[in-house]
Design a protein around this ligand. Structure first.
Ligand code: NAD
Length: 470
Protein backbone atom coordinates (compact mmCIF):
# COMPACT_ATOMS: atom_id res chain seq x y z
CA UNK A 1 0.00 0.00 0.00
CA UNK A 2 1.38 3.44 -0.87
CA UNK A 3 2.05 6.11 1.75
CA UNK A 4 0.38 9.19 0.21
CA UNK A 5 1.54 11.46 3.01
CA UNK A 6 5.18 10.58 2.23
CA UNK A 7 4.70 11.65 -1.41
CA UNK A 8 2.77 14.81 -0.44
CA UNK A 9 5.24 15.99 2.21
CA UNK A 10 8.06 15.67 -0.32
CA UNK A 11 6.28 17.90 -2.87
CA UNK A 12 7.08 21.65 -2.91
CA UNK A 13 3.79 22.68 -1.26
CA UNK A 14 3.64 19.75 1.06
CA UNK A 15 7.12 20.51 2.41
CA UNK A 16 6.16 24.15 2.95
CA UNK A 17 2.89 23.38 4.74
CA UNK A 18 4.35 20.56 6.84
CA UNK A 19 7.35 22.71 7.81
CA UNK A 20 5.10 25.60 8.96
CA UNK A 21 2.64 23.36 10.77
CA UNK A 22 5.35 21.29 12.45
CA UNK A 23 4.10 18.05 10.86
CA UNK A 24 6.39 15.01 10.48
CA UNK A 25 8.63 15.27 7.41
CA UNK A 26 9.76 11.78 6.38
CA UNK A 27 12.04 11.48 3.35
CA UNK A 28 12.12 8.59 0.86
CA UNK A 29 14.75 6.19 2.23
CA UNK A 30 17.79 5.31 0.16
CA UNK A 31 17.60 1.60 -0.69
CA UNK A 32 20.09 -0.87 -2.12
CA UNK A 33 20.70 -1.20 -5.83
CA UNK A 34 23.30 -3.38 -7.50
CA UNK A 35 26.97 -2.45 -7.41
CA UNK A 36 26.60 0.18 -4.69
CA UNK A 37 29.60 0.47 -2.37
CA UNK A 38 29.12 -0.06 1.38
CA UNK A 39 29.19 3.73 1.86
CA UNK A 40 29.08 6.09 -1.12
CA UNK A 41 30.60 9.12 0.59
CA UNK A 42 33.13 10.17 3.21
CA UNK A 43 33.19 8.25 6.49
CA UNK A 44 34.43 10.16 9.53
CA UNK A 45 36.38 8.09 12.05
CA UNK A 46 36.60 9.03 15.72
CA UNK A 47 37.41 7.41 19.00
CA UNK A 48 37.90 7.84 22.72
CA UNK A 49 41.47 7.87 24.05
CA UNK A 50 42.88 4.33 23.88
CA UNK A 51 40.35 3.23 21.23
CA UNK A 52 40.98 -0.50 20.84
CA UNK A 53 39.45 -1.18 17.45
CA UNK A 54 41.39 1.18 15.21
CA UNK A 55 43.60 -1.57 13.68
CA UNK A 56 40.47 -3.68 13.04
CA UNK A 57 38.71 -0.66 11.59
CA UNK A 58 41.59 -0.02 9.20
CA UNK A 59 41.25 -3.58 7.86
CA UNK A 60 37.47 -3.16 7.58
CA UNK A 61 37.86 0.18 5.79
CA UNK A 62 40.25 -1.43 3.29
CA UNK A 63 37.94 -4.43 2.85
CA UNK A 64 34.91 -2.20 2.28
CA UNK A 65 36.82 0.31 0.16
CA UNK A 66 35.76 3.21 2.39
CA UNK A 67 36.89 6.76 1.85
CA UNK A 68 37.69 7.97 5.37
CA UNK A 69 38.51 11.18 7.21
CA UNK A 70 40.00 11.38 10.69
CA UNK A 71 38.55 13.41 13.54
CA UNK A 72 41.23 15.31 15.46
CA UNK A 73 40.81 12.99 18.48
CA UNK A 74 42.25 10.10 16.39
CA UNK A 75 45.17 11.80 14.58
CA UNK A 76 46.91 8.42 14.35
CA UNK A 77 44.23 7.24 11.90
CA UNK A 78 45.74 9.09 8.92
CA UNK A 79 49.17 7.44 9.29
CA UNK A 80 47.62 4.01 9.96
CA UNK A 81 45.41 4.41 6.89
CA UNK A 82 48.26 5.44 4.65
CA UNK A 83 50.35 2.46 5.83
CA UNK A 84 47.43 0.24 4.80
CA UNK A 85 47.18 1.95 1.40
CA UNK A 86 43.94 3.69 2.29
CA UNK A 87 43.29 7.28 1.24
CA UNK A 88 42.49 9.40 4.27
CA UNK A 89 43.07 12.86 5.67
CA UNK A 90 42.19 14.97 8.68
CA UNK A 91 38.67 16.36 8.96
CA UNK A 92 38.48 20.11 9.54
CA UNK A 93 35.63 21.02 11.83
CA UNK A 94 35.41 24.61 10.66
CA UNK A 95 35.00 23.70 7.00
CA UNK A 96 33.54 20.41 8.10
CA UNK A 97 30.05 21.72 8.64
CA UNK A 98 29.84 22.29 4.91
CA UNK A 99 31.49 18.96 4.11
CA UNK A 100 28.99 16.19 3.65
CA UNK A 101 29.65 13.08 5.65
CA UNK A 102 27.99 9.82 4.67
CA UNK A 103 28.75 8.07 7.93
CA UNK A 104 30.23 8.61 11.37
CA UNK A 105 32.02 5.78 13.17
CA UNK A 106 33.15 6.25 16.76
CA UNK A 107 35.26 3.66 18.59
CA UNK A 108 34.09 3.92 22.20
CA UNK A 109 35.63 0.64 23.39
CA UNK A 110 37.95 2.43 25.82
CA UNK A 111 35.52 5.13 26.96
CA UNK A 112 35.98 5.92 30.63
CA UNK A 113 34.87 8.62 33.03
CA UNK A 114 38.42 9.28 34.15
CA UNK A 115 39.85 9.57 30.64
CA UNK A 116 37.23 11.96 29.34
CA UNK A 117 33.82 10.78 28.24
CA UNK A 118 33.27 14.12 26.49
CA UNK A 119 35.24 12.74 23.53
CA UNK A 120 32.09 11.05 22.25
CA UNK A 121 30.06 14.19 22.89
CA UNK A 122 32.58 16.36 21.04
CA UNK A 123 32.72 14.01 18.07
CA UNK A 124 28.94 13.87 17.62
CA UNK A 125 28.38 17.51 18.49
CA UNK A 126 30.73 18.57 15.71
CA UNK A 127 29.96 15.99 13.04
CA UNK A 128 26.21 15.25 13.21
CA UNK A 129 25.36 18.58 11.49
CA UNK A 130 27.51 17.48 8.52
CA UNK A 131 25.68 14.16 8.05
CA UNK A 132 23.93 13.74 4.67
CA UNK A 133 20.33 12.53 4.22
CA UNK A 134 20.09 8.79 4.95
CA UNK A 135 23.51 9.02 6.65
CA UNK A 136 24.70 6.51 9.21
CA UNK A 137 26.07 6.77 12.74
CA UNK A 138 27.71 3.64 14.16
CA UNK A 139 29.06 3.60 17.72
CA UNK A 140 31.40 0.73 18.56
CA UNK A 141 31.68 -0.58 22.09
CA UNK A 142 32.04 -3.70 24.22
CA UNK A 143 29.26 -5.75 25.83
CA UNK A 144 29.07 -4.26 29.37
CA UNK A 145 29.30 -7.75 30.90
CA UNK A 146 32.76 -8.21 29.36
CA UNK A 147 34.19 -5.05 30.98
CA UNK A 148 36.91 -5.28 33.61
CA UNK A 149 35.54 -2.60 35.95
CA UNK A 150 32.06 -1.39 36.95
CA UNK A 151 32.94 2.07 35.68
CA UNK A 152 33.80 0.76 32.23
CA UNK A 153 30.61 -1.32 32.21
CA UNK A 154 28.64 1.80 33.11
CA UNK A 155 30.24 3.70 30.23
CA UNK A 156 29.41 0.94 27.79
CA UNK A 157 25.80 0.88 28.91
CA UNK A 158 25.71 4.69 28.66
CA UNK A 159 26.40 4.38 24.96
CA UNK A 160 23.09 2.57 24.52
CA UNK A 161 21.14 5.50 25.93
CA UNK A 162 23.17 7.95 23.89
CA UNK A 163 22.65 6.03 20.65
CA UNK A 164 18.91 5.54 21.18
CA UNK A 165 18.42 9.25 21.88
CA UNK A 166 20.58 10.23 18.93
CA UNK A 167 18.52 7.97 16.65
CA UNK A 168 15.44 10.01 17.59
CA UNK A 169 17.24 13.31 16.93
CA UNK A 170 18.64 12.45 13.51
CA UNK A 171 16.65 13.80 10.60
CA UNK A 172 16.14 13.00 6.91
CA UNK A 173 16.37 9.23 7.04
CA UNK A 174 19.66 9.02 8.97
CA UNK A 175 20.07 6.13 11.42
CA UNK A 176 22.13 5.30 14.52
CA UNK A 177 23.26 1.94 15.90
CA UNK A 178 25.55 0.54 18.58
CA UNK A 179 27.69 -2.51 17.86
CA UNK A 180 29.09 -4.26 20.94
CA UNK A 181 32.06 -6.40 19.98
CA UNK A 182 33.22 -9.03 22.44
CA UNK A 183 36.99 -9.27 22.82
CA UNK A 184 38.11 -11.88 20.29
CA UNK A 185 35.28 -11.21 17.82
CA UNK A 186 36.97 -8.28 16.07
CA UNK A 187 37.30 -10.08 12.71
CA UNK A 188 33.51 -10.06 12.43
CA UNK A 189 33.31 -6.26 12.47
CA UNK A 190 33.73 -5.76 8.73
CA UNK A 191 30.64 -7.78 7.82
CA UNK A 192 28.47 -5.96 10.37
CA UNK A 193 29.66 -2.57 9.09
CA UNK A 194 28.99 -3.66 5.50
CA UNK A 195 25.32 -4.00 6.45
CA UNK A 196 24.93 -1.08 8.84
CA UNK A 197 26.67 1.51 6.63
CA UNK A 198 24.81 0.50 3.48
CA UNK A 199 21.28 1.23 2.25
CA UNK A 200 20.43 -2.41 3.05
CA UNK A 201 19.81 -1.28 6.63
CA UNK A 202 17.49 1.59 5.53
CA UNK A 203 14.75 0.86 8.11
CA UNK A 204 17.00 -0.36 10.95
CA UNK A 205 17.70 2.29 13.57
CA UNK A 206 18.25 2.57 17.31
CA UNK A 207 19.57 -1.00 17.52
CA UNK A 208 22.23 -2.68 19.63
CA UNK A 209 23.95 -5.61 17.90
CA UNK A 210 26.25 -7.86 19.91
CA UNK A 211 29.05 -9.64 18.10
CA UNK A 212 30.57 -12.62 19.88
CA UNK A 213 33.68 -14.70 19.24
CA UNK A 214 34.07 -18.47 18.98
CA UNK A 215 32.95 -20.81 16.19
CA UNK A 216 30.21 -18.47 14.98
CA UNK A 217 32.59 -15.54 14.47
CA UNK A 218 34.99 -17.85 12.69
CA UNK A 219 32.39 -18.22 9.96
CA UNK A 220 33.24 -14.83 8.57
CA UNK A 221 34.85 -15.11 5.19
CA UNK A 222 35.16 -12.52 2.45
CA UNK A 223 32.48 -13.07 -0.17
CA UNK A 224 31.54 -11.50 -3.46
CA UNK A 225 29.56 -8.48 -2.15
CA UNK A 226 26.99 -8.95 -4.92
CA UNK A 227 26.56 -12.70 -4.27
CA UNK A 228 27.22 -13.31 -0.56
CA UNK A 229 24.91 -16.33 -0.54
CA UNK A 230 26.30 -18.04 -3.64
CA UNK A 231 26.29 -21.82 -3.32
CA UNK A 232 23.78 -21.86 -0.44
CA UNK A 233 20.28 -23.31 -0.38
CA UNK A 234 17.74 -21.87 2.04
CA UNK A 235 14.10 -22.65 2.83
CA UNK A 236 11.72 -19.66 3.16
CA UNK A 237 8.24 -20.28 4.61
CA UNK A 238 5.25 -18.05 3.87
CA UNK A 239 7.00 -17.23 0.61
CA UNK A 240 4.14 -16.47 -1.78
CA UNK A 241 3.49 -12.84 -0.89
CA UNK A 242 4.42 -9.84 1.24
CA UNK A 243 7.59 -10.06 3.33
CA UNK A 244 8.18 -13.73 2.39
CA UNK A 245 8.14 -12.92 -1.33
CA UNK A 246 10.62 -10.07 -0.75
CA UNK A 247 12.85 -12.46 1.21
CA UNK A 248 12.83 -14.98 -1.66
CA UNK A 249 13.71 -12.27 -4.20
CA UNK A 250 16.46 -10.80 -2.01
CA UNK A 251 18.08 -14.15 -1.17
CA UNK A 252 17.99 -15.10 -4.86
CA UNK A 253 19.50 -11.71 -5.76
CA UNK A 254 22.31 -12.46 -3.30
CA UNK A 255 23.07 -15.74 -5.05
CA UNK A 256 21.14 -18.27 -2.95
CA UNK A 257 19.08 -21.12 -4.30
CA UNK A 258 15.74 -20.77 -2.54
CA UNK A 259 13.15 -23.37 -1.59
CA UNK A 260 9.94 -21.35 -1.38
CA UNK A 261 7.14 -22.80 0.75
CA UNK A 262 3.54 -21.67 1.13
CA UNK A 263 0.08 -23.21 1.47
CA UNK A 264 -1.49 -25.18 -1.39
CA UNK A 265 -4.00 -22.29 -1.70
CA UNK A 266 -1.09 -20.07 -2.76
CA UNK A 267 0.25 -22.63 -5.26
CA UNK A 268 -0.13 -20.46 -8.34
CA UNK A 269 1.51 -17.32 -6.82
CA UNK A 270 4.23 -19.57 -5.45
CA UNK A 271 4.85 -21.23 -8.82
CA UNK A 272 5.10 -17.89 -10.58
CA UNK A 273 7.56 -16.53 -7.98
CA UNK A 274 9.58 -19.75 -8.22
CA UNK A 275 9.89 -19.47 -11.98
CA UNK A 276 11.03 -15.83 -11.72
CA UNK A 277 13.67 -16.57 -9.09
CA UNK A 278 14.79 -20.08 -10.12
CA UNK A 279 13.44 -21.29 -6.76
CA UNK A 280 11.97 -24.66 -5.90
CA UNK A 281 8.29 -24.40 -4.89
CA UNK A 282 6.84 -26.44 -2.02
CA UNK A 283 3.07 -26.18 -1.59
CA UNK A 284 2.66 -27.44 1.97
CA UNK A 285 0.44 -26.26 4.81
CA UNK A 286 2.82 -25.94 7.76
CA UNK A 287 0.12 -26.94 10.20
CA UNK A 288 -0.55 -30.29 8.50
CA UNK A 289 0.45 -33.30 10.59
CA UNK A 290 2.82 -34.59 7.90
CA UNK A 291 4.38 -31.15 7.10
CA UNK A 292 7.67 -31.67 9.01
CA UNK A 293 8.23 -35.07 7.34
CA UNK A 294 7.49 -33.71 3.85
CA UNK A 295 9.80 -30.74 4.43
CA UNK A 296 12.55 -33.04 5.73
CA UNK A 297 12.09 -35.18 2.62
CA UNK A 298 12.58 -32.11 0.40
CA UNK A 299 15.71 -31.15 2.36
CA UNK A 300 17.07 -34.68 1.91
CA UNK A 301 16.53 -34.42 -1.87
CA UNK A 302 18.75 -31.32 -1.79
CA UNK A 303 21.43 -32.95 0.35
CA UNK A 304 20.53 -30.71 3.33
CA UNK A 305 19.98 -26.96 3.60
CA UNK A 306 22.26 -24.06 4.54
CA UNK A 307 19.52 -22.16 6.27
CA UNK A 308 15.85 -21.70 7.03
CA UNK A 309 13.82 -18.50 7.22
CA UNK A 310 10.75 -19.11 9.38
CA UNK A 311 8.62 -16.27 8.00
CA UNK A 312 5.06 -17.66 7.70
CA UNK A 313 2.77 -15.94 10.15
CA UNK A 314 -0.85 -14.97 10.58
CA UNK A 315 -2.95 -12.67 12.76
CA UNK A 316 -6.44 -13.25 14.20
CA UNK A 317 -6.87 -10.05 16.19
CA UNK A 318 -9.49 -9.70 18.94
CA UNK A 319 -9.39 -8.63 22.58
CA UNK A 320 -8.85 -11.66 24.77
CA UNK A 321 -12.38 -11.53 26.19
CA UNK A 322 -13.83 -11.80 22.67
CA UNK A 323 -11.26 -14.14 21.17
CA UNK A 324 -12.32 -17.65 20.14
CA UNK A 325 -10.22 -20.63 21.14
CA UNK A 326 -9.79 -21.33 17.39
CA UNK A 327 -8.24 -17.90 16.87
CA UNK A 328 -5.82 -18.59 19.73
CA UNK A 329 -4.89 -22.07 18.52
CA UNK A 330 -4.60 -21.23 14.81
CA UNK A 331 -2.20 -18.36 15.42
CA UNK A 332 -0.11 -20.46 17.75
CA UNK A 333 -0.03 -23.41 15.33
CA UNK A 334 1.28 -21.35 12.39
CA UNK A 335 3.47 -18.80 14.17
CA UNK A 336 5.14 -20.84 16.91
CA UNK A 337 4.45 -24.59 16.75
CA UNK A 338 5.27 -24.88 13.03
CA UNK A 339 8.81 -23.39 13.22
CA UNK A 340 9.63 -25.58 16.22
CA UNK A 341 8.28 -28.76 14.57
CA UNK A 342 10.03 -28.05 11.26
CA UNK A 343 13.31 -27.25 13.01
CA UNK A 344 13.11 -30.40 15.10
CA UNK A 345 12.59 -32.54 11.98
CA UNK A 346 15.48 -30.95 10.09
CA UNK A 347 17.85 -30.82 13.06
CA UNK A 348 17.24 -34.34 14.34
CA UNK A 349 17.71 -35.83 10.87
CA UNK A 350 20.97 -33.95 10.23
CA UNK A 351 19.49 -31.89 7.40
CA UNK A 352 20.96 -28.54 8.46
CA UNK A 353 24.45 -28.10 7.05
CA UNK A 354 27.38 -27.36 9.41
CA UNK A 355 27.35 -23.55 9.03
CA UNK A 356 23.56 -23.27 8.76
CA UNK A 357 21.87 -19.98 9.56
CA UNK A 358 18.33 -19.83 10.85
CA UNK A 359 16.34 -16.61 10.83
CA UNK A 360 12.99 -16.30 12.54
CA UNK A 361 10.50 -13.53 11.71
CA UNK A 362 9.08 -12.31 15.01
CA UNK A 363 7.43 -8.89 15.51
CA UNK A 364 7.71 -5.86 17.77
CA UNK A 365 4.26 -6.94 19.01
CA UNK A 366 6.10 -9.82 20.65
CA UNK A 367 8.32 -7.31 22.45
CA UNK A 368 5.98 -4.43 23.24
CA UNK A 369 2.59 -6.15 23.15
CA UNK A 370 -0.31 -4.78 21.16
CA UNK A 371 -4.00 -4.33 21.95
CA UNK A 372 -6.05 -7.09 20.34
CA UNK A 373 -3.00 -9.25 19.71
CA UNK A 374 -2.59 -11.40 22.82
CA UNK A 375 -2.45 -14.55 20.69
CA UNK A 376 -0.08 -13.04 18.12
CA UNK A 377 2.23 -11.44 20.73
CA UNK A 378 2.24 -14.72 22.70
CA UNK A 379 3.44 -16.56 19.60
CA UNK A 380 5.98 -13.92 18.50
CA UNK A 381 7.47 -13.54 22.00
CA UNK A 382 7.67 -17.33 22.15
CA UNK A 383 9.79 -17.29 18.99
CA UNK A 384 12.26 -14.94 20.69
CA UNK A 385 12.46 -17.24 23.72
CA UNK A 386 13.10 -20.18 21.40
CA UNK A 387 15.85 -18.34 19.51
CA UNK A 388 17.60 -17.33 22.71
CA UNK A 389 17.33 -20.80 24.16
CA UNK A 390 18.80 -22.77 21.25
CA UNK A 391 21.36 -20.19 20.12
CA UNK A 392 24.15 -21.47 22.42
CA UNK A 393 23.55 -25.06 21.30
CA UNK A 394 23.77 -24.08 17.64
CA UNK A 395 26.77 -21.80 18.23
CA UNK A 396 28.76 -24.69 19.67
CA UNK A 397 28.32 -26.39 16.29
CA UNK A 398 29.19 -23.27 14.26
CA UNK A 399 25.55 -22.64 13.36
CA UNK A 400 23.53 -19.57 14.30
CA UNK A 401 19.92 -18.52 14.87
CA UNK A 402 18.61 -14.97 15.10
CA UNK A 403 15.27 -13.21 14.92
CA UNK A 404 14.14 -10.12 13.09
CA UNK A 405 11.31 -8.14 14.65
CA UNK A 406 9.60 -5.99 12.02
CA UNK A 407 7.64 -2.94 13.09
CA UNK A 408 5.08 -1.39 10.76
CA UNK A 409 5.73 -2.78 7.27
CA UNK A 410 3.66 -1.75 4.23
CA UNK A 411 1.98 -5.07 3.39
CA UNK A 412 -1.36 -6.85 3.06
CA UNK A 413 -1.30 -7.38 6.85
CA UNK A 414 -1.04 -3.63 7.64
CA UNK A 415 -3.26 -2.52 4.70
CA UNK A 416 -6.09 -4.35 6.48
CA UNK A 417 -5.76 -2.10 9.56
CA UNK A 418 -8.30 0.67 10.28
CA UNK A 419 -7.08 4.05 8.89
CA UNK A 420 -6.20 5.71 12.24
CA UNK A 421 -4.30 2.68 13.55
CA UNK A 422 -2.43 2.42 10.24
CA UNK A 423 -1.44 6.10 10.26
CA UNK A 424 -0.28 5.89 13.88
CA UNK A 425 1.77 2.76 13.04
CA UNK A 426 3.42 4.56 10.15
CA UNK A 427 4.43 7.71 12.03
CA UNK A 428 5.28 6.54 15.56
CA UNK A 429 8.90 5.84 14.75
CA UNK A 430 12.05 7.89 14.28
CA UNK A 431 11.90 7.65 10.46
CA UNK A 432 8.21 8.75 10.44
CA UNK A 433 7.18 6.15 7.86
CA UNK A 434 6.43 2.46 7.46
CA UNK A 435 9.08 0.07 6.22
CA UNK A 436 8.90 -1.90 2.97
CA UNK A 437 8.95 -5.72 2.81
CA UNK A 438 12.42 -5.44 1.24
CA UNK A 439 13.72 -3.78 4.43
CA UNK A 440 12.92 -6.92 6.41
CA UNK A 441 14.28 -9.06 3.58
CA UNK A 442 17.62 -7.19 3.62
CA UNK A 443 17.98 -7.81 7.37
CA UNK A 444 17.14 -11.50 6.87
CA UNK A 445 19.64 -11.77 4.00
CA UNK A 446 22.31 -10.18 6.18
CA UNK A 447 21.66 -12.56 9.09
CA UNK A 448 21.74 -15.52 6.68
CA UNK A 449 25.07 -14.43 5.21
CA UNK A 450 28.71 -14.82 6.27
CA UNK A 451 28.67 -11.06 7.01
CA UNK A 452 26.69 -11.82 10.16
CA UNK A 453 29.43 -14.01 11.63
CA UNK A 454 29.48 -13.57 15.38
CA UNK A 455 25.79 -12.64 15.59
CA UNK A 456 23.77 -15.30 17.36
CA UNK A 457 20.68 -15.39 19.56
CA UNK A 458 19.85 -11.77 18.82
CA UNK A 459 16.71 -9.91 17.92
CA UNK A 460 17.23 -7.31 15.21
CA UNK A 461 14.32 -4.90 15.06
CA UNK A 462 13.45 -3.57 11.60
CA UNK A 463 11.11 -0.88 12.82
CA UNK A 464 12.56 2.57 12.05
CA UNK A 465 13.11 2.86 15.82
CA UNK A 466 9.43 2.51 16.67
CA UNK A 467 8.38 3.93 20.02
CA UNK A 468 6.70 0.59 20.80
CA UNK A 469 8.68 -1.45 23.29
CA UNK A 470 11.72 0.74 22.75
P1 NAD B 1 1.25 -12.02 4.66
O1 NAD B 1 -0.06 -12.40 5.24
O2 NAD B 1 1.26 -11.07 3.51
O3 NAD B 1 2.06 -13.33 4.22
C1 NAD B 1 2.16 -14.46 5.05
C2 NAD B 1 2.36 -15.69 4.19
O4 NAD B 1 2.40 -16.83 5.06
C3 NAD B 1 1.20 -15.91 3.21
O5 NAD B 1 1.68 -16.14 1.91
C4 NAD B 1 0.50 -17.11 3.78
O6 NAD B 1 -0.15 -17.93 2.80
C5 NAD B 1 1.64 -17.86 4.46
N1 NAD B 1 1.11 -18.81 5.44
C6 NAD B 1 0.18 -18.56 6.38
N2 NAD B 1 -0.14 -19.70 7.01
C7 NAD B 1 0.62 -20.68 6.47
C8 NAD B 1 0.72 -22.06 6.69
N3 NAD B 1 -0.06 -22.70 7.58
N4 NAD B 1 1.59 -22.78 5.93
C9 NAD B 1 2.36 -22.16 5.01
N5 NAD B 1 2.30 -20.84 4.76
C10 NAD B 1 1.43 -20.11 5.48
O7 NAD B 1 2.11 -11.47 5.88
P2 NAD B 1 3.41 -10.53 5.89
O8 NAD B 1 3.00 -9.16 6.25
O9 NAD B 1 4.22 -10.75 4.67
O10 NAD B 1 4.15 -11.14 7.18
C11 NAD B 1 5.22 -12.08 7.08
C12 NAD B 1 5.76 -12.31 8.48
O11 NAD B 1 6.17 -11.06 9.05
C13 NAD B 1 4.73 -12.88 9.44
O12 NAD B 1 5.36 -13.80 10.31
C14 NAD B 1 4.28 -11.67 10.22
O13 NAD B 1 3.79 -12.02 11.49
C15 NAD B 1 5.57 -10.88 10.31
N6 NAD B 1 5.37 -9.44 10.56
C16 NAD B 1 4.74 -8.65 9.66
C17 NAD B 1 4.60 -7.29 9.94
C18 NAD B 1 3.93 -6.34 8.97
O14 NAD B 1 3.84 -5.14 9.27
N7 NAD B 1 3.45 -6.80 7.84
C19 NAD B 1 5.09 -6.75 11.13
C20 NAD B 1 5.72 -7.60 12.03
C21 NAD B 1 5.87 -8.95 11.73
Amino acid sequence: MSDRYLSWVNSKWGALVAGRAGLPQPVPLDRHTRHRPAADGEVLMGGAPGAELLPTLIKAAVGLNLSTLAHRDVPQWTAMASAAGLMSGPWQVAGGRGARLKALIFDATALSLTDDSTSVFRFLNESVPALVACGRVVLLGRPPETCSTPERAAMQRSLEGLMRSLGRELRRGATAQLVQISPGAETALQGVLAFLLSPRSAYVSGQVLQVVGGPVAALHAPTDPEQPLAGRTLLVTGAAQGIGEAIVRTLARDGARVVALDTPRQASALQSLASQTAARALAIDLTAADAPDRIAEAARDDGGWDGVVHNAGITRDRSIARMSVEAWQTVLAVNLSAPLRVHQALFSQGLLKPAARIVVVSSISGIAGNRGQTNYAFSKAGLIGWVQSIAPVLAAQGRAINAVAPGFIESAMTAAMPFAVREAGRRLNALKQGGQPVDVAEAVAFLASPDAAGINGQVLRVCGQSILGA
